[in-house]
Design a protein around this ligand. Structure first.
Ligand SMILES: [Zn+2]
Length: 349
């Protein structure tokens, strides 16, 4: 028998597997202190978790064992093996098994550094390639976004181009953290499967529902404070650094450019959160263009105060994580429409 053939409850499983991990836990029951073991076993067809009430002492992770009289049962939606006093576990020294890696099917909202390799399904957007030279070889890295019905995150792909607007299932994509957000990458070992169906997304959330640095999220709320230092700032046109003196220490002869820096607190009735918004979010909302920035520099705070402070808005934003605290980096702001309110009522119900 192979692991992939185990399905449903059975009391008499005989199987050869490799012990992939082995942990021990002590618990106190009505009968006193007791110990159990748990971990993962694998074979050529898959990996499944186990719980063992008895375990022969010399066996360790990496060993191949023949198991007789094990039980199987669904636990938390996943098949699990159970070894008890009736189970025989026999070492197979010198034998090895090539274990098939499996990766947990994960929604983008649930990405975590605790699970570095995952299977995700999502739609690709804004993907473009850049060439790099390293040790005489040219290779291409593609950067863009992947989104599902829960979140949108950055994705990079080494050498392999994915088509914008298409849905892919990525088996063994890698999770990492960059710029206070989680992102995915596709490497040599990631399997890429184009999917047939299309997906459309409306990711409305209440603030209390989000505890992950998820991206592309829509929140409806009131702006309850506006940061007093919000306004026009100068940035280096080369490195984008904000310049308090007007001259970049690293690029003194490069021109500067104007940006808007604004920060405010958004309250959606379940929680409030700190937000930052730059010119890409603010200018369309205020109805101004790049060329207007020098002219409106003096009155920008008043414009923000008039149109943001105390108003109900619809914000599309990425959550970012500083230490344990989440805040929002705003992609776009708009006034709340009747349609938004209807959706909000539907989400709340
Ligand atoms: Zn610079």
């Amino acid at each position: 028998m192979k692991l992939s053939e185990i399905n449903g409850e059975s009391g008499n499983i005989e199987i050869k597997v490799k012990i992939l991990s082995l942990s021990k836990r002590e618990i106190t029951t009505s009968k006193g202190e007791t110990v159990y073991y748990y971990g993962l076993v694998g074979d050529e067809t898959g990996v499944i978790p186990y719980t063992a009430w008895e375990f022969p002492a010399p066996i360790k992770a990496g060993d191949v064992v023949q198991i007789k009289y094990a039980r199987s049962k669904l636990y938390n939606d996943r098949m699990r093996l159970y070894f008890d006093s009736k189970t025989e576990i026999i070492m197979k020294p010198g034998e090895d098994i090539e274990v098939k890696r499996t990766y947990k099917e994960t929604k983008l909202m649930d990405l975590s550094l605790k699970n570095l390799f995952v299977t995700v399904t999502g739609k690709i957007s804004n993907m473009s390639g850049k060439e790099y030279n390293k040790a005489g070889n040219t290779f291409k890295i593609y950067n863009g976004f992947i989104e599902d019905d829960t979140s949108r995150v950055r994705i990079s792909s080494f050498g392999q181009q994915l088509e914008n607007g298409k849905i892919y299932r990525l088996v063994g994509a890698k999770v990492s953290e960059f710029n206070k957000q989680l992102e995915l990458s596709i490497g040599d070992k990631t399997e890429v499967f184009p999917e047939e169906e299309d997906m459309d997304f409306e990711r409305y959330y209440k603030l209390f529902e989000v505890d992950n640095p998820a991206g592309g999220i829509t929140i409806l709320g009131f702006i309850i404070t506006l940061g007093t230092k919000s306004g026009i700032i100068k940035r280096c046109s080369e490195c984008n650094k904000p310049l308090s003196t007007g001259v970049c220490p690293d690029h003194p002869d490069r021109p500067t450019k104007l940006d808007i820096f604004s920060y405010f607190t958004l309250d959606d009735g379940t929680k409030y959160i700190q937000c930052i918004a730059g010119k890409n979010a603010i200018m369309p909302f205020l109805g101004i263009k790049d060329a207007d920035l020098p002219r409106v520099a003096g009155e920008i705070y008043k414009m923000l105060d008039d149109k943001l402070y105390g108003h109900a808005v619809r914000v599309n934003a990425d959550f970012i994580k500083n230490e344990e605290e989440l805040s929002l980096r705003v992609n776009s702001i708009s006034a709340i429409t009747k349609e938004d309110i209807e959706k909000d009522i539907r989400v709340s119900q």
